[in-house]
Design a binder for this molecule. Structure first.
Ligand SMILES: [Zn+2]
Length: 462
């Protein structure tokens, strides 16, 4: 440890450490030096050790590790939030909305959308984001992430199938991904990750090449697969095998891979996932919002209880839609109980594990984040526990998952940097950001040729 004097003590809060013993320190404290946690212990003990150290008072608060959002689209949707109707088919959503919106997106729009999404995530206690694979200008998105102060990974979109706009040969897509990984090496606030859109948009050559790149560089890989039956049908027609069995044959599965969704899996695919150590980013709100069948086909609770690697994700601002991992965790464990018609399966503690330490493990960063332990990065959230939803105080995991959500987040630190204070982002002028987003959204919709339709009459009534 470079420094032995803390820059800050967070004092008097109930510290949910998520350490291997899952200890909760009632009235505990966390000492931070530079970007790391120097010590975790009783408030009186740490004060006595470092008298006069600066303090952040967390009395009547709950302190948790920063939350992990393992699948979040930072571009496209943030500037058209709540615009895409929720009663259209996925084909219509893609062709009438996603394609024209991304076509009309400028580099400035990408940076602005990412900044808006990062601020929303931070204010809900998310400190690490895995960008989901729809970025055209990674340097602009990385700039927004860095400016907001959120930790995360970024790639660049790419596909090599014919007949799709922006398609490029596999070698070119891999070269672009290599450049991102070189530009954002491991250990920084923003790291490169091998990121493919996935689904049926990659040839076998691109899939295998991407996995090879991820293994060689250690950068990790993420892509979409099987949120609906469409990918199953595609791979059966293309290869005679279901998607994960095809990926297994190509050597694409493995601990380096974080697969988004994995909803429509059969027994053999679940076994292949578990045997290979492949991780899943589970985005339950998206499947409900888009009617994709998680209650019929989803096996995430089974994967979790069989020691599979599961993190939670919030997907996109028109497929999720809130960037709130506590809300997502509640749904994940609630769905598990209800679909099994069994309240004894996973619950609030497991939901909080997915949101923190097991989520960090699934995205390959548990050596640095996911728990409040000496030596880890100081990614911390202070939740105000004085509201009626926290009164009276019961079990802290139950209250975080079942009673609360991101609205109680008061302070957020990422790598020791105080990025949310009293519920407001300190790194960005939120008022100016709002004004710019409103203006840019209107311009984006105009260039894309889309008029937002309202189901009910909206009457000018000034
Ligand atoms: Zn996605």
């Amino acid at each position: 440890m470079a420094s032995t004097t803390p820059d800050l003590l967070i004092t008097g809060g109930d510290v949910v450490t998520m350490n291997p013993r899952r200890e909760v320190l009632i009235g505990g404290a966390v000492a931070i030096a530079g970007e790391r946690i120097l010590a975790v212990g009783a408030t009186g003990e740490l004060r006595a050790r470092w008298p006069g150290a600066a303090e952040l008072d967390a009395t009547d608060c709950v302190v948790t590790p920063g939350l992990v959002n393992a699948h979040q689209h930072l571009t496209g949707d943030p500037l058209v939030r709540a615009c895409i109707p929720d009663d259209i088919t996925s084909q219509e959503a893609v062709h009438r909305w996603a394609v024209p919106i991304h076509r009309a997106h400028t580099a400035e729009d990408e940076e602005l959308a990412a900044l808006l999404a990062c601020v929303e995530n931070l204010r809900n206690g998310v400190t690490t984001i895995v960008e989901a694979g729809t970025v055209a200008h990674p340097e602009r998105v990385a700039a927004a992430m860095t400016r907001s102060g959120v930790r995360g990974t970024v790639g660049v979109w790419g596909w090599d199938v014919e007949g799709v706009p922006h398609s490029a040969p596999a070698a070119e897509v891999l070269e672009r991904l290599s450049e991102v990984i070189e530009s954002y090496p491991a250990g920084g606030l923003v790291e490169g990750r091998v990121t493919l859109v996935g689904h049926g948009l990659a040839s076998d050559e691109l899939l295998a090449g991407a996995a090879e790149l991820a293994r060689r560089t250690g950068a990790g890989m993420t892509m979409h697969m099987s949120p609906t039956r469409a990918d199953v049908d595609h791979y059966l027609a293309r290869s005679g095998r279901r998607p994960l069995l095809h990926l297994a044959r190509l050597g694409v599965l493995g601990p380096h891979l974080l697969l988004a969704h994995g909803v429509w899996l059969d027994d053999a695919e679940v076994d292949a996932l578990l045997d290979s150590g492949t991780a899943v980013a589970y985005c339950p709100w998206a499947y409900l919002r888009l009617g994709q069948g998680v209650t019929r086909a989803g096996r995430h609770a089974e994967i979790f209880t069989r020691s599979g690697r599961i993190a939670l994700g919030c997907d996109a601002a028109n497929a999720g839609d809130a960037a709130d991992i506590l809300r997502t965790a509640a749904l994940a464990v609630g769905l598990a109980k209800d679909t099994a018609v069994d309240p004894t399966t996973i619950g609030a503690p497991e939901g909080l594990e997915m949101a923190t330490i097991r989520g960090a493990e699934a995205i390959g960063m548990a050596d640095r984040i996911g728990s409040i332990e000496e030596g880890k990065l100081a990614d911390l959230v202070v939740h105000d526990a004085t509201g009626p939803q926290w009164t009276p105080r019961g079990d802290v995991a139950h209250q975080l998952i079942w009673s609360s959500d991101g609205r109680n987040v008061r302070d957020v630190l990422v790598g020791g940097r105080h990025v949310v204070r009293r519920g407001r982002c300190t790194t960005v002028d939120e008022h100016a950001l709002r004004e710019r987003a409103i203006t840019s959204s209107a311009g984006l919709l105009r260039r894309a040729g889309i008029a937002v339709r309202h189901r009910w009459p909206h009457l000018r009534s000034h």
